[in-house]
Design a protein. Structure first.
Lengths: 231, 231, 231, 231
């Protein structure tokens, strides 16, 4: 995982699968290549192989189960997504919550398999507890802002700053901010406040010009990094 | 769906994905072609496209969610599995139970999309209630026998006969029997008792010679059908 | 259970427990006695004994689990609620959905214990499937109207008439209508459309004069019954 | 909460409710009074009031939900258990797992209400993450030993010592050990290894002479404390 972390969650929109899902991956890849930035797409389990075979950007699953191999009909295990071509996965998204023990099970196996992991939480108070399970990153997203078009950067900057304070208590885990991120300015602010990147979904997946929005995102991220003296 | 219904549930074994998962599909296809029988494979969501592109036999998902398209991170919707190349899906497996309202939501959308559906239940008392939701088939499986090697045909034949009585109360829904099916004799008995076919998992997926076991299954099914005056 | 069925779901409001919860039970009992009508209160598990000891009206639990006696920390079993003084329970409320197999487990034990049962569903299509499990009654409630103040009687009368058609396919199960029931007229219409009674929650629990609202409910029910030639 | 912490989880055995449940509470109270030790009983929600009214020992619920007051049919909220007479509650028992966000919601409200809380975990790796949510205590219990009669003290002492190391990373949270605790020696060892007490269920609830077993437990605890220079 590289900073700035920009993660596009496909969710399950009309643009998330089939031909349109593949076109979206191409668009994301184009922006990533043009800006020399890593942009992650988290796609439906059924799309992992097709997307991973077509583009060079990292492909994530949207969820993995903690169960081991065996009699677990319908489970999406770490082994399955790795085999399909994923580099990692989201876990515990507010639309797919997991229990803590299941998450620890999944994360242990993901580490063994060399898979990256982004654990979502809905409040800064859960950042440090989740970080103790050693995922690659924690993504903090106030659920009431998800899909709202009102960004966490503007509406609740204190969530990001508190989350940044919390993540510093545990070494080696990135902090990503999300919910309502729709403009380059939102990305800039989120990163100026100390986050290592952003997650977004509808702002890209439902955009008329996703390429343009994404380019703004990357530029906002780069500007913040430069001002922070990074990159 | 054609009688005899023979459904191989891949679950999530070592043989269920990657190269070995594809080889298994080839083996199943070979038996299907040689015996002019339809054999269904229910594969992990990540495998649907790869299996469907390689073999001509019907490919099912192991689970679908009832949620509509939209902000549902991690959901496997009917639209997703159809796009991936599936012809249908299992629902409500004992290892992935669903709520009744979610099942009705999923089944309504599956019918619109032309997808087949096999709803699993753990007791004959649930056969008629589930059949009223109009899936393609109901699969009755006493969970204590799943993976046991002791077949429902031998250990609990009354489950099958009661289930057959129940399914007749609703028109146009197939009845499949499962749990512990390991031999051609098990398949023969299950179908002589009135079921339209069988579901199996470990007996095939963990077999040293899956082709041989599957061939026995088909022969047992054909023998039962002939004696019943069908086919 | 007696027709008209009038069921007051306490839920977990400020008025649902402690002194206020007991006062509410007294008010409901008063209306029941004055009108010689049976009115059921479904109270939190922690309140069952206190309410049942104080009033003569039937007391229900709001939920029971399907698990048997044993190592099931936190479960509310049929045995527990019977011991506490309950005459029955709601099951599968939209705010506490259950799986079909768990419901069948719970209902079988409830029948043995002589407990009444009201299974909630969110659509008429689930009325017959649930009725096949032989609860005392099925309560149909479109979830989008729950707590809305817009009654199913007015906004979606076809849900009630369709549910009445469905319940007739199974013998000996009552049909109750709910969601947004706030006036005597709502009760009257729901019963004229063929239901055996109504369920309500916020209209009573949050009312300034619950006694007055409840009295209207009962009068609406009696008027409908008289016109239907019942009672 | 006082050290040694001895917590008797009633679960839902035949002895857990009604007359026998009350008798058990009397027995526990007797041992508590005779030994001047605090012994907690965690009883079914339906029993809280009856037990709390009859004995002077602390009564816990076995589970609380994180939802606020309102339209939450079937929920057991912190307000409900406090009103019923509970002094605290178990949370996240292996038989009733909760999501992390729900637990944080519940714990925040419990603290405001002055309720104690014992959060269960199945592995030492979750001790620190849970402790960060500031419950009164964390109870570590390897689930494979629960009800086994083989104690964590003997079979997996390293779970206790690792858990003790973990709990020390967070100030002001007790560490309780559980699973298979059946003798005074088990309690002694668990506390010598650094835990603040033990949780037990079947060893007491299914005992022919619960009083005798419990007295042994307390004596084991006192002996460990004396050797540790505490009490």
């Amino acid at each position: 995982m590289k900073v700035p972390i920009i993660l596009v969650n496909y969710k399950v929109y009309e643009t998330s699968y089939g031909k349109r899902g593949l076109e979206m991956a191409k668009i994301v890849e184009k922006v990533a290549l043009e800006t020399s930035t890593e942009i992650i797409v988290a796609v439906p389990a059924t799309m992992i192989t097709r997307v991973a075979e077509m583009v060079s950007i990292p492909v994530y699953a949207q969820h993995v189960d903690g169960v081991p191999e065996g009699a677990h009909t319908g489970a999406i295990t770490p082994e399955l997504i790795k085999d399909a071509g994923a580099r990692g996965s989201l876990l515990n998204h507010s639309e797919k919550r997991m229990r803590m023990d299941e998450m620890d099970d999944a994360l242990k196996r993901m580490r063994k398999l060399g898979l990256e992991s982004v654990v979502c939480v809905d409040r800064y108070e859960l950042v440090a507890p989740m970080a103790l399970l050693k995922p690659t990153a924690v993504l903090v997203e106030p659920p009431e802002l998800i899909g709202s078009g009102i960004s966490v950067s503007k509406a609740r900057p204190e969530v990001i700053t508190s989350a940044v304070d919390e993540i510093r208590k545990v070494e080696g885990v990135y902090l990503v901010a999300g919910a309502g991120i729709t403009s380059g300015e939102d990305v800039y602010v989120a990163m100026k406040l100390g986050s290592d990147g952003v997650g977004a979904a509808s702002a890209i997946m439902k955009a008329k010009e996703p390429q343009k929005v994404l380019l703004e995102f990357v530029n906002g991220a780069i500007r913040a990094l430069e001002e922070r003296g990074g990159r």
